[in-house]
Ligand binder design. Structure first.
Ligand code: NAD
Length: 476
């Protein structure tokens, strides 16, 4: 059984949870100890005790640790990628790619650890100096979802460590295996006891205990909107800094002048790769009337030809849905879309050689933006196709959502591309690229119901993981 890491020791917990392969539920990926509330308390105290040492360590020490982690993750990318594909269901190529991404993030923040800058500002008083410096926020709780089981932990853990914070990390119940390997690597690479604590278990128990613990100064969360909203209330009560990255209902606009090859490929990738289980997935395809029929013909043919199968088979393009719950939810939305009057293409459950949660990609044609299936995040391989008359209508439909994570447009007109970039209310805008798929060294995040607090990733991560101190001195 894989254990929790608390104060530098691997400890059994309060019960255990099985992690099974969604492509083959007979395949047991591992058994993982569930932390008790008492262990969260021990981890929080250990993190507090380790804070002064880690915050005061030379930035070079932190950079060296992060670089060592990057190297070790890269050296084991195939092994980790295979476990990730087995626990989450994304294809092996995507899983290895995600593992490499995690290593790149650690390498990026190894550099950031020695680039922490401040300001020297002239005082309004004579002979007084004013210095603004950045230091760690303190003890941080990191709570992550199941859909990027190593990359999202990496993009929270790496900046937290780089800027001198100490950590309580709770991965998703569904996908603890690759997160556990990442923590093993951080521990083996020489992270001091108490700096990196792993507490696995259910959100309502372990996650809640992190959020309500008085020693936890800040929480960085990625997950669903309802959980994020409840956390914002809880964090405010405890006066904790909170960063919450949540859902999306991301639009991809296809204009009459789009290159059809680029548009079809961007939509197939954005809507269906990773089984549509990306917060940045394209789930509303907004198509101008003149290209609508030709585009829908091509899209339908190519979506139905996508190869759904076992993630470890190199021929597979779409793996299973991550869990039975998620599959049932997706199938329910297929029925909702049908009931609302959309023409449903695909979307049925597939029976393959192994018992798993396979689903054919689904397109909801002739959809309207006011349908439930066009407004609520499904988080599966399902996309609505909405016909519009012109650019202004496309932009208005794209923005007509409670979310604001990512938005895309396919067009060959620079004028339209610029107008979309300026008018889109999303935090990330893509031109002739899928709505999903981002770089690791630039800010990631959204607006409206999608994000709360400051951005993740790149040097913008410092806004969350550091706090500012203003120091005045007078030489006398
Ligand atoms: P979820 O909200 O159910 O769970 C996310 C994490 O929060 C898990 O670790 C869970 O155990 C924990 N949690 C649940 N209830 C909690 C509580 N009461 N207190 C504390 N912690 C709690 O989300 P999920 O199903 O794991 O992931 C899917 C969601 O994540 C989707 O909505 C998706 O859009 C979103 N997501 C967003 C981003 C982004 O960056 N915007 C990236 C990936 C996924």
């Amino acid at each position: 059984m894989k254990q929790n890491l608390i104060a530098g020791s691997w400890l059994a917990g309060d019960g255990a949870s099985e992690n099974r392969n969604p492509a083959d539920i007979c395949d047991l990926v591992g058994v993982f100890a569930q932390a008790s509330v008492d262990q969260v308390d021990q981890a929080a105290r250990a993190a507090r005790a380790a804070l002064a040492g880690w915050a005061g360590a030379s930035p070079q020490v932190r950079a060296d640790l992060l670089e060592a982690v990057a190297q070790r993750v890269l050296a084991r990318k195939d092994e980790i990628g295979r476990i990730l594909a087995r626990e989450e269901g994304k294809t092996l190529a995507e899983a290895v790619g995600e593992t490499v991404r995690a290593a790149q993030i650690f390498r990026f923040f190894a550099g950031e650890a020695v680039r922490v800058a401040g300001d020297a500002i002239a005082s309004v008083r004579p002979d007084v100096d004013v210095d603004v410096t950045r230091g760690p926020v303190g003890v941080v709780g990191l709570i992550t979802p199941w859909n990027f089981p190593i990359a999202i932990p990496a993009w929270k853990i790496a900046p937290a460590l780089a800027y001198g914070n100490t950590i309580l990390f709770k991965p998703a119940e569904l996908t603890p295996a690759s997160a556990h390997i990442l923590v093993e690597i951080i521990h083996e690479a020489g992270c001091p006891a108490g700096v990196m604590n792993l507490v696995m278990g259910r959100g309502s128990i372990v996650g809640d205990a992190i959020l309500s613990h008085p020693e936890v100064d800040a929480v960085s969360f990625t997950g669903s909107v309802p959980v994020g909203r409840a956390m914002a209330v809880q964090a405010a009560q405890g006066m904790k800094k909170l960063q919450a990255e949540m859902g999306g209902k991301n639009p991809m606009v296809v204009m009459n002048d789009a290159d059809l090859d680029i548009a079809v490929s961007a939509v197939l990738n954005g809507a269906f790769f990773s089984t549509g289980q990306r917060c940045t997935a394209s789930s509303r395809i907004i198509v101008e009337a003149g290209i609508h029929d030709a585009f829908v013909d091509r899209l339908t043919t190519e979506a139905l030809a996508l190869n759904v199968g076992n993630p470890l088979d190199p021929a597979t393009q779409i793996g299973p849905v991550a869990s039975q719950n998620q599959l049932e939810g997706n199938l329910n939305y297929v029925e909702i879309a049908r009931g609302e009057g959309a023409e449903v293409i695909g979307g049925e459950r597939l029976q393959l050689d192994t018992e798993g949660y396979f689903q054919a990609p689904a397109l909801f044609l002739d959809a309207r933006n006011d349908m439930r299936s066009s407004r609520e995040e499904i988080f599966g391989p399902c996309a609505s196709v909405i016909k519009v008359g012109d650019f202004d209508e496309a932009l208005s439909v794209a923005n007509d959502t409670e979310f604001g994570l990512s938005a895309g447009i396919c067009t060959s007109s620079l004028k339209q591309a610029r107008a979309f970039r300026a008018g889109s209310q999303a935090g990330m805008v893509m031109v002739n690229l899928p709505t999903a798929g981002v770089d690791y060294h630039v800010p990631f995040g959204g607006t409206k119901g999608s994000s709360y607090g400051s951005r993740e990733q790149g040097r913008y991560a410092a806004e969350f993981f550091t706090t500012v101190k203003t120091a005045y001195s007078f030489a006398g």
